[in-house]
Design a protein. Sequence first.
Lengths: 484, 102
Amino acid sequence: MNGSVFNVTMFLAILPELWIFVLASVVLILELVLPKEQHRLLGWVTAVGLLVGIGVSLIVGVPPTQAQFVWGDLIRFDQLGYVFSLLFMFGAAMTALFSIHLERLGQRGDYYVLMLVSTLGMCLMASAADVIMLYLAIETTSIPLYVLAGFYKEDEKSTEAGFKYLLFGAMTSAIMLFGFSYLFGFTGTTNLYALVNLVAQKQLSPLLLYGVLALILAGFAFKISAFPFHFWAPDVYAGAPTPITGFLSTASKAAGFAVLIRVLWVGFPAIQPYWVYILTGVSIATMTIGNLLALAQRDIKRLLAYSSIAHAGYALIGFVAVSELGATSVIFYLIVYLLTNLAAFGTVSVFEKKSGSSEIAAFAGLSRRSPWLAMMMLVAFLSLAGMPPFGGFVIKFAVFAAAVQRGLIGLAVIGVLNSIVGLYYYLTVLKVIYLYRSEEEQVAVPIPEASLLALAVLCIGVIVMGVIAAPWFNIATLGARAMW
Amino acid sequence: MIPLSWYLIFAAALFSIGLFGVLSRKNAVAILMGVELMLNAVNVNLIAFWRYLSFETMAGQVFAVIVFAVAASEVAVGLALVISVYRRRQSIVADDINLLKY
């Protein structure tokens, strides 16, 4: 609790952030030092550096069983932030591997630096215990992502994606911040954990809290692309460079959920029925709209964008079942969803590089052009659809179980019905890949080695998490328990 | 002394004007200006709350400083993106930037 004296715990608490910061500096310097033809190395340095960082965190950075507040109570050193930090670093490493073979993206140091800074922001988001830190972390995450979405300066779609992302993001973060300013005014503190007691002491009118929470939820709903702040997602996902789309739809969304879990469960237990009520509605609307609009899509990136909106809705099912199982299921959901969706966007990125198109029709005959790529897409899409034995089945099972345990049978039924709609459009894509023929069947689709490595890791991960779910579920439980 | 409520009403009005600007203006620069008004409303709120209710702590002031530092960087990135859009389309009117839809 003492901010004036430095000790080891303080630095262990921000070990992932420090590691990422150093790595970003190394990448920047390497870009200057290395000759142009060796810039391919930058991606490998980023990916390997992040994976080594995960290893180092696993060995020395394990948080104490009793959570500690460090850096003047700005950061809470606990399992929740730790699990999410490792997840974000893993996601960023895979994204770096997917980017290496793209000349306009993967051979530029600034691209990796922006991605690393954004990852740093996400790690801070997951462990922030103070709304000032939280706001700063959210903006540290978002601002590099705006640039990354518009990274192809010569491409009309990419610039448009960055532009739209920025305008929506700036507006919603200003609304959220207005909520934070009232929160500070009403309670006199910015610390989430101190706030709870002060709310109880001052006997604030629930109406004030309702208003504040509505403002704050606008910002969070934007981050997780939940209804009614989901409009940006399809446009930005379709226009942004494909590896970045994968990063946006997984790590950035998971960071949004990490914040949502901590702020609502820790900061606002007093008005729990109110936000459970709102978020149940948001969950139903999000998954229904996401799934129904996905049915009509012809571009695979837009389809995956609507599918990722739907998945935010499924994860919210576990969230509104406010219980330990609920929190566990959400964290577990995000872990498996990150692997699955990164694999899906990775395969799309590889194919798009060869064919220059992300239309679903262009995928015809892929099973003959590149059987391995087709099989990896099969794994990713069936997992997204929630088929056993893939991870996607276990996570859907977990969130529905959490809902049923709390008596939210209706919500679980709506979730199951939505999964069936989802299955239809995922299978439509697989039908095009496996059953349709095309004239270019002789033209193989080569998989670059870096992407192959990442895809293999992700696909094996998805299958392993589906078959042997218990250890991963336990990790998620550790994160969920550490919240209070 | 001016009562706190005056500042709060002023901030709420400023925020609403900013939000209206963001939602109704077509020009990207005007939209960014609307966002700036909203962030300024936040700062008025923070400083007023700090001065009237928690004068002995620094949190409010620190928060306000961070808000305007972040706002500046957000606008810097925003204008850069507006310029990159302008170079492709020769327009920064939000209605013209409609390649990605449905």
